[in-house]
Design a protein around this ligand. Structure first.
Ligand code: DX5
Ligand code: ZN
Length: 242
């Protein structure tokens, strides 16, 4: 179970210390949100911040590009030290070349899907990715509320993973706290991004350990009960199993 604190919720006045604190907290990845003010109504960090983070921590830098033209950014972020690069399936016709470019750069290939987008949009790319990011909020800001309707999308992509044998991670991102992580992990998520809940805790190490324990217990419980997966309708929307 991967726990990836989201830098968006960190103390911007102390990024170097925050990156070191995340590493000491035994998190697995550091999630870095790149926003261009166009794909989402917010603006965040450039390759220079990733280069600084790379000097501060050994943690893999999981870079989430909420950008309309990531094709111009993939190489600069990879050269700055990005380990994973995730782009959005909403970029439609550009997706195949973006995934190919990320792979050619030697980075971990991630594909994100926003809450309003049907999960069927990612199905053609499952054999090309190392990670599917099911957004559990509409991207752009930290501290938002979890969107329950995204849980069936996690279940559906987990079902496709089981059926296909493809070995990709299922990541969730947005509004993940000690309650919502439980249902996401039970649905099949195995990479957890959390900003507010983790960075607002007094003890980040204890918070990371608590979130990992809850997620692992929920995932194990789901396997143990091996509840019949809900039947998926053609568009990937789920109807409860009869
Ligand atoms: C939202 C970002 C998320 C966000 C998560 O657009 O992609 O990574 O920072 O933060 P919380 O956990 O506060 O929702
Ligand atoms: Zn993110």
């Amino acid at each position: 179970m991967i726990i990836a604190p989201s830098l968006l919720a960190a103390n911007y006045a102390r990024f170097r210390d925050e990156a070191r604190r995340v590493q000491r907290a035994r998190a697995d990845w550091l999630h870095v949100d790149i926003m261009d003010g166009h794909f989402v109504p917010n603006l965040t960090f450039g390759p220079g911040i990733v280069a600084m983070l790379k000097r501060c921590t050994r943690l893999p830098l999981d870079v989430h590009l909420m950008c309309s033209r990531p094709e111009t950014l993939l190489q600069p972020f990879r050269e700055a030290g990005a380990w994973g690069l995730t782009v959005h399936v909403e970029l439609d016709g550009k997706v195949p070349s973006l995934l190919w470019k990320i792979r050619s750069l030697g980075a971990r290939v991630g594909l994100a899907v926003n809450p309003p987008t049907p999960i069927s949009a990612v199905k053609p790319f499952l054999k090309l990715v190392d990670l599917v990011l099911v957004m559990t909020v509409n991207p752009g800001f930290g501290g938002q509320s979890f969107i329950e309707e995204t849980v069936p999308k996690i279940q559906q992509v987990a079902r496709w993973r089981r059926e296909s044998g493809h070995d990709f991670r299922i990541q969730v991102d947005g509004g993940i706290n000690y309650q919502t992580v439980r249902e996401c992990a039970a649905a099949g998520a195995d990479a957890i991004v959390s900003g507010t809940t983790l960075f607002r805790s007094r003890n980040l190490k204890a918070a990371v350990a608590k979130m990992r324990r809850i997620a692992e217990e929920a995932a194990a419980g789901a396997v143990a009960t091996s509840r019949p997966a809900a039947e998926a309708a053609p568009d990937g929307a789920l109807s409860a199993a009869g």
